[in-house]
Ligand binder design. Sequence first.
Ligand code: AMP
Length: 113
Amino acid sequence: MADCIFCKIAAKETQARVIREDDDLVAFYDLNPQAPTHVLIVPKKHIPSLSGACRQDIELLGKLQYAAREIASELGIAEAFRLVLNNGRKAGQSVDHIHYHLMGGRRLMWPPG
Ligand code: AMP
């Protein structure tokens, strides 16, 4: 998608602090971190939201989650982290390209706001 910021990061048209990349996904630090460790895990395929995903995306969605588990280990937060997916404006989604937030490094309260 031409005007999608996460597509541009995946295509290296926009800079980001990338910590992992493979054929399917890219992971990079959030510009506006909400925790000491805050990484976004994003598929290269443009999927607007979880509601916009289809059955063909099931394997890809699993890869995103497994990448989160591996990155959490690499960044030393495996013991306690949160994986968040905001779906829809009222749930806090501001970028219309599906992404997981991986957050850790501080006590994370529940319920979230
Ligand atoms: P959400 O509100 O769930 O859609 O999350 C979007 C996230 O993307 C926010 O936490 C933003 O801080 C982050 N973000 C937006 N643009 C960039 C960017 N260019 N590089 C890194 N993070 C970004």
